[in-house]
Design a binder for this molecule. Structure first.
Ligand code: SF4
Ligand code: SF4
Length: 91
């Protein structure tokens, strides 16, 4: 059984997770307004900030709860591992 951990804003998932994202945030979610974000380590175009304080630029949009990102729950404490690796103090 895995436990979920609070997001410590390390940004790992927004760089390494393959996910469908919206193309133009002003158009919301529709079939002709989505794109595939590769998990190649490049940050998502909506990722802002630094390790330990990353934020998603579209997080406050009304339709965000319906995105795959909103349904992702950090598991296994990877965020704390990334912060420790980068020498960033949590909190
Ligand atoms: S990997 Fe986990 S801790 Fe890091 S940004 Fe994603 S959800 Fe947050
Ligand atoms: S849309 Fe936001 S939460 Fe989803 S991958 Fe991009 S930056 Fe991360």
């Amino acid at each position: 059984m895995t436990s979920e951990n609070p997001c410590v804003r390390c940004g790992y998932c927004c760089k390494y997770m393959m996910v469908i994202i919206v193309s133009d945030p002003d158009k919301g979610i529709s079939e002709d307004n989505i794109e595939f974000k590769d998990g190649d380590g490049e940050p998502c175009k909506y990722l802002q900030g630094e390790v330990g304080s990353h934020v998603c630029a579209i997080h406050d949009r009304s339709w965000y709860p319906d995105t795959p990102c909103a349904n992702y729950h950090c598991k296994n404490g990877i965020g704390n591992y990334i912060l420790a690796r980068e020498g960033v103090t949590c909190g």
